[in-house]
Write a protein that binds this ligand. Structure first.
Ligand SMILES: [Zn+2]
Ligand SMILES: [Zn+2]
Length: 217
């Protein structure tokens, strides 16, 4: 891919090991040919925590990320150790809306230890790669894809995540490429950002989902 028009921001949510931030940095650099900016970590908001579930609400985290996207950055990717859910789903590996430039993923269920197995860093790294490339694809407006060789196939369980391709099919790739080339300070880039802001202020995130087709993983 051509060099991304602007950096992608990395936002640690709570404590995230340095090795995981480095891994994310490498994935963004290699997959999107994008520079990265690591933002100062922010604490997980208590309001996002469901004590009933023992999980954090991924939608709340996206709300938190939205005003933190630096103007000069293309996208923001949040990473957390906290296990995530969204309304209607018992858990998600990651989450992103199709229009407002933010994605978040959780390391919790990407580790073998979560399933009571011995830790396996290469396996975890492969899952992080798939989750990140998939969710960032959504931030460029790419919906789920039927192509079995495409990373944008819908994911519901660990098995489907592990079986996921690590690349975009040609048509998804084309859409991502278009988004990567669009500088946030260009007229079109500014217009798109204004539009997502308006959408959030006027509709709230739940309605925006309904209108745009929600993504659940
Ligand atoms: Zn595809
Ligand atoms: Zn998805």
């Amino acid at each position: 891919m051509r060099r991304a028009a602007a950096p992608i921001a990395i936002q640690p949510l709570g404590d995230v090991p340095l090795a995981q931030l480095r891994l994310l940095d490498r994935i963004l650099e290699r997959t999107f040919d994008a520079a990265t900016v690591v933002l100062r970590p922010i604490a997980l908001p208590a309001a996002a925590y469901s004590s009933e579930r023992g999980q954090h609400d991924a939608d709340h985290l996206l709300d938190l990320l939205f005003p933190r996207l630096p103007e000069r950055c293309l996208r923001v990717v949040g990473v957390t150790e906290a296990d995530l859910f969204i309304s209607g789903r018992t858990f998600v590996f990651g989450y992103a809306h199709l229009t407002d430039g933010m994605a978040v993923y959780s390391l919790a269920r990407l580790r073998e230890s979560f399933y009571g197995r011995a830790s396996d860093e290469p396996v975890t790294a492969g899952r992080v790669l798939r989750a990140v490339v998939h969710e960032v694809g959504h931030t460029f407006g790419v919906p789920h894809c039927e192509d079995s060789r495409c990373v944008m196939r819908a994911v519901s369980h660990l098995e489907t995540l592990d079986a996921l391709a690590t690349r975009y099919c040609a048509s998804c790739r084309e859409q991502v490429r278009g988004g990567l080339a669009l500088a946030p300070w260009s007229a079109r880039g500014r217009w798109e950002r204004e539009l997502s802001l308006t959408r959030r202020l006027e509709w709230g995130h739940a309605e925006a989902h309904a209108a745009l087709g929600r993504d659940d993983d």
